[in-house]
Design a protein around this ligand. Structure first.
Ligand code: NAD
Ligand code: TDX
Length: 362
């Protein structure tokens, strides 16, 4: 099988490639990644001689068409993925998440290639704190942020292309991932590396927001289950019963690293901050027999902390710029402030719209 993996230099994509090389050695992997601030070639170093790497953009229709023409399947991870960045500058999210998905869908349609779409539970909005109820595949879409609304938009494109054009697609919507190779802008790596640097972790608002944590390897095994055995046109929610509030996560990180549990600060809340996510993974378990292997979140967190302690050379180059961007956002500087680190890719709308119009008719 020739498998195209978009976004394979990012957090989940890189872990997916590692897992695929180890557990599906018969698969030939090609990674397509634009290497934005979030992509890191070094994340693929351990498998560099086992895969093909293409440096390019998923919105580049000609490139995507050529790569898909020689693939049997594509798993589409590439996205702008950070909510805080989407609040500072939504355009790259519209560009990559919506137009990039469109570009892939047109190519899989033209070449009848199997497509799996990676999405998020955030398309469903949020749940109340302290109330029962979890997201299911039937929950209505109600996204809160520019990030989640562009992911929701891309999901809807996939569903429409499946129904109208008969593409062979599946979708999965997963909860918050943790594990190695996650960018230090995200909550868990940010706080681990802060504590390692002797800096107090930062909790948004009152720290009571709940996320449903899943280890990235469990997510990726679920993706393989859907790719191999999922029903075409179907959506599968992925979650591992990992509901934990942010304060508990920070206190655990401090404790594991030998600090006092109260050595953190509350900072200004994220605008529109979703309160709680929770996944009902019944369909995935019942239909496809998937089960998480990391059932003890604390143990998974300890292993992840160990990875960041042992791999400072991987995260150190990103750390100062990421924290500087957060500091600028916290100061609430004018419209030019960016949570994304300096030097990251920002695409001006004009030229991209021009290229979008040049898509070949299918
Ligand atoms: P990430 O930000 O770590 O990685 C994204 C990757 O995509 C990077 O390597 C980046 O260079 C690449 N990329 C960005 N724009 C591109 C473009 N235009 N063309 C080609 N490559 C491009 O993201 P992640 O956390 O690994 O998330 C991967 C996918 O999983 C996303 O679709 C995200 O919405 C989804 N997801 C993430 C989580 C989570 O907890 N991180 C949970 C559920 C779903
Ligand atoms: O410094 C912080 N302090 C803090 O309290 C940061 C960076 C975050 N938070 C809070 C906000 C959230 O409640 O921690 C929680 C997790 O934040 P993020 O890591 O930014 O993740 P979230 O916004 O929940 O979205 C993540 O999960 C769903 C991924 O970034 C998305 O790509 C995915 O779709």
């Amino acid at each position: 099988m020739r498998l195209l993996v978009t976004g394979g230099a990012g957090f989940i994509g890189a872990n997916f490639v590692h897992q695929t090389v180890a557990e599906h050695p018969e698969v030939h992997v090609t990674v397509l990644d634009a290497l934005t601030y979030a992509g890191n070639r070094a994340s693929l170093d351990p498998v560099a001689d086992r895969i093909e790497f293409v440096h390019g953009d998923v919105t580049d229709a000609a490139l995507v068409d050529g790569l898909i023409a020689r693939s049997d399947a594509v798993v589409h991870f590439a996205a702008e993925s950070h909510n805080d960045n989407s609040l500072a500058d939504p355009w790259p999210f519209v560009h990559t998440n919506i137009i990039g998905t469109y570009s892939l869908l047109q190519a899989v349609r033209a070449h009848d290639v199997r497509y799996h779409h990676i999405s998020t539970d955030e398309v469903y909005g949020d749940l109340e704190l302290g109330e029962p109820g979890r997201f299911t595949e039937d929950t209505a879409y109600n996204p809160s942020s520019p990030y989640s609304s562009t992911k929701a938009s891309s999901d809807l494109l996939v569903r429409a292309w499946t129904r109208s054009f008969g593409i062979r697609a599946t979708l999965s919507n997963c909860s918050n991932n943790y594990g190695p190779y996650q960018h230090v802008e995200k909550f868990i790596p940010r706080q681990i590396t802060n504590v390692l640097d002797g800096v107090r972790p930062k909790l948004y608002g009152n720290g009571l927001n709940v996320r449903d944590w899943i280890h990235v390897d469990d997510h990726n095994r679920a993706v393989w289950a859907v790719l191999e055995r999922g029903r075409i046109g179907e959506t599968y929610l992925i979650g591992a019963d990992g509901e934990t509030d942010n304060r508990t996560v920070v206190e655990s990180i401090l404790e594991i690293l030998g600090r006092d549990r109260d050595e953190f600060d509350f900072v200004t809340d994220r605008p529109g901050h979703d309160l709680r996510y929770a996944i009902d993974p019944s369909r995935l378990r019942d239909e496809l027999g998937w089960r998480p292997r990391y059932v003890d979140f604390r143990a998974g967190l300890e292993a992840t902390i160990g990875w960041y302690r042992d791999n400072e050379q991987w995260w150190r180059p990103q750390k100062a710029a990421t924290e500087a961007a957060y500091a600028a956002a916290e100061r609430g500087s004018g419209p030019e402030h960016r949570v994304r680190p300096a030097g990251s890719v920002r695409v001006p709308p004009g030229p991209r719209v021009a290229r979008f119009r040049e898509y070949p008719a299918h």
